[in-house]
Design a protein around this ligand. Structure first.
Ligand code: IVH
Length: 678
């Protein structure tokens, strides 16, 4: 039997160990033990606490699972108000901010700023008394917020106890609660499965999860926290700069942004803004701008506040990626393979830096799922270069007369029947190349940059060429002459000559590009490369049957079918023959495709989960540099699955199929081996 003192010591040890693992998993993204081992430690602690309730205390990691539901949140008055930031949108406004700072400080030279992302979540304040988390509150109106302690405790990256020998008497940590993009996707997938309403964006999902009276619900949602400052502090000397404060917080295991940096003067600020703007899409969380703060805390104090915002800081906002507008109607668009996409016609709205009038609604099922009616007020999102989409409707704003969308029976372009196969989400025009819309798309695809790369052949020109009956298939492009082209709208001799030159140049191509350019259904760029590499010549590819096609990595029965069907079509063979006659050519024979050297050549990898040190993109590059291939799904042909933290269903699939599973270290070892042999 263990003595009580021994039990207590074990309880303490388990807590430290578990919180250490929480920190490595949720903050550093670098777990060091398997989940099963973590669960074992957790259960041991739960059991000891159940047997010895005298040792149970509120900062135990077992207390992160949520508590009894509340009737209502109680109000909390912030010791130090939670203020807001002034916004800047233009570079000049940033310059004006910096000027005011320099004037306010009578600074001779340039000012140093701490720069960080502006997290798009909810501001909260965490109060630690003698190192224990005693209260967590929302910002509310800045002076009074709501007590959401039980909910915040379920966030595993928030320390329940500060891991220092002499914690401050009081420390208020300020920061943002948010939901990572991947957790948001997962939550919405679950909501879909349960037939419950999806959240429009990670911010709404985070807000909905944090403002739950039942903290057990919050515990099931995965929320994240980032610290960005402190409020009241008693019994500790703060370091002298904002950056040092953030380092101090990071040292106490608070999650802080990896993107934070120091910048000097306006030039430094704007360079940071641009850099983060470029990284915005690839960050694991949503941001709506960046924040600049005078780094020196004494200088911050001298600058002080105007109204409810500090003079020492400013938020430099990115163009909003979401906006509300009215849905005027729904049209359908016909794609290259006949796919019918419902498109929302919108009251023009400025979003993501441009005016948007159309947005995709993806397909019929999506329209039903999002319950979109014509006349609705909708939330439109345009992120980066992505096609604008309707993400949600605002149900309260639905007018009385708001008809539902009805999928047309006939193609608006060619009148052919629209068909939807029972197990497909996509409805298609059955007109094939008889449908001018499909013909235009096929020609545009053929000429596109990653296919035959015919510079200067844009959609307006293709519209004219097809509508006038001058071009019916890709081979017709190479028959165009000066006279015909120069007489088209918006064309002159010079532009016609340029196009003829571009067409001529495009004739020298590669087999991979040519195969991709054909626009075979289900054959993207990567598959086209695989096919070229595998078969070496077009004739060999055209002659291959389903079985031979499926010997190509990543080619399954569906893709093999599409390819075989395409080449079985007499019309397609005819166009290919004409293209060759016109002089379209590539090098053939083994080694025609970019050769894959390296000892990982021919090996297929699938990546899943978060790797501790490498991004997936970096892992992919390394594998490809060594001649390997990275595929999106696990099959019998997969050689290795590289699994990181929280692997998805690919991991289970790999186990089922008996595919070798590597962790990051295993992958690195394999790559090392490859280097050694090279
Ligand atoms: S500092 C006195 N830093 O922006 C200044 N705020 O408009 C206190 N926010 O309510 C705020 N990221 O929710 C600061 N890196 C960051 C931030 C940030 C997001 C939010 C915060 C605040 C709002 C101010």
């Amino acid at each position: 039997m263990r003595s009580l003192a021994q039990v207590e010591a074990r309880v303490r040890q388990l807590r430290e160990e578990i919180e250490g693992h929480n920190y490595r998993y949720y903050v550093l993204d670098a777990p060091s033990i398997p989940d099963a081992e973590y669960d074992r430690l957790f259960r041991e602690l739960q059991q000891l606490e159940a047997e010895h309730p005298q040792f149970l205390n509120p900062d135990s990691p077992t207390q992160r699972v949520g508590a009894q539901p509340l009737e209502a949140f109680s109000q909390v008055t912030h010791r130090v108000p939670m203020l807001s930031l002034n916004n800047a949108f233009e570079d000049e406004e940033v310059a004006a901010f910096d000027r005011r700072v320099r004037e306010g400080l009578a600074a001779a030279g340039e000012v140093d700023y701490a720069t960080e992302p502006k997290f798009d979540g909810l501001a909260i304040s965490l109060s630690y008394e003698n190192g224990i988390l005693v209260q967590g509150a929302t910002r509310g109106d800045g002076f009074t917020g709501e007590d959401v302690t039980a909910n915040l405790k379920t966030i595993k990256s928030i320390p329940l106890r500060l891991p220092v020998a002499e914690p401050p008497r009081l420390l208020e940590v300020r920061g943002e609660v948010l939901m990572l993009k991947r957790d948001f996707e997962r939550l919405n997938a679950q909501q879909r499965e349960k037939g419950e309403k999806e959240f429009a964006n990670p911010r709404n999902a985070a807000a909905g999860s944090l403002r739950q009276l039942d903290s057990r619900v919050t515990a099931e949602r995965r929320l994240t926290f980032f610290a960005y400052g402190v409020g009241a502090v008693e019994g500790a000397d703060l370091p002298a700069s904002h950056q040092a404060v953030m380092d101090w917080l990071a040292g106490m295991r608070f999650p802080v942004s990896r993107e934070r940096a120091l910048a000097r003067g306006v030039e430094g600020l704007l360079a940071y803004y641009r850099r983060i703007g470029e990284e915005r899409e690839s960050l694991p969380y949503d941001i709506d701008g960046v924040v600049y703060k005078v780094n020196d805390l004494a200088a911050q104090e001298r600058l002080g506040f105007v109204a409810r915002a500090p003079r020492f800081a400013v938020a430099h906002k990115f163009p909003a990626q979401e906006a509300m507008t009215e849905l005027l109607g729904i049209d359908v668009q016909v794609g290259r393979t006949g796919a019918i996409t419902p498109v929302a016609r919108l009251k023009p709205v400025f979003v993501g830096g441009v005016t948007v009038t159309n947005a995709t609604l993806h397909n019929e099922d999506e329209i039903r799922r999002k319950d979109v009616h014509i006349g609705d007020t909708v939330i439109v999102r345009r992120a980066g270069d992505v096609i604008p989409e309707v993400v949600a409707v605002v149900p309260e704003k639905r007018p009385i007369l708001a008809p539902e969308f009805v999928m047309p029976k006939a193609c608006p372009e060619c009148g052919s029947h629209i068909m939807r196969l029972p197990d497909e989400a996509i409805a298609r025009c059955t007109g094939g190349l008889y449908c001018p819309a499909q013909r235009k798309q096929a020609i545009l695809h053929f000429a596109s940059r990653r296919a035959m790369d015919v510079e200067g052949l844009g959609d307006k020109l293709v519209d004219q060429l097809v509508d006038k009956g001058l071009v019916n298939n890709p081979a017709d492009l190479y028959r165009l002459g000066m006279n015909t082209l120069a007489n088209l709208e918006r064309m002159a001799e010079k532009s016609a000559q340029n196009l003829l030159d571009a067409l001529e140049k495009s004739k020298r191509t590669t087999l991979a590009r040519f195969v991709y350019a054909l626009g075979i259904r289900n054959v993207g760029e990567a598959t086209a490369k695989d096919l070229a590499r595998h078969f070496g010549s077009l004739d060999a590819l055209m002659a291959a049957d389903g079985e031979r096609l499926q010997q190509v990595p990543d080619v399954g029965p569906v893709v093999a079918d599409s390819i075989a069907q395409f080449f079985a079509e007499a019309h397609n063979r005819e166009v290919i023959a004409q293209l060759r006659e016109q002089g379209v050519a590539w090098e053939e024979g083994p080694g025609a495709a970019p050769s894959a050297g390296g000892t990982l050549a021919g090996k297929t990898f699938v990546l899943t989960g978060t790797l501790p040190a490498m991004s997936r993109e970096a892992a992919k590059e390394k594998i490809e540099a060594a001649g390997g291939k990275v595929s999106g799904s696990v099959s019998k042909k997969t050689d290795y699955v590289v699994a990181g933290a929280e692997p998805g269903s690919k991991f289970t699939k790999a186990q089922e199929l008996g595919v070798t599973i590597l962790d990051e270290a295993g992958l690195l070892a394999l790559l090392e081996q490859e280097k050694g042999e090279a």
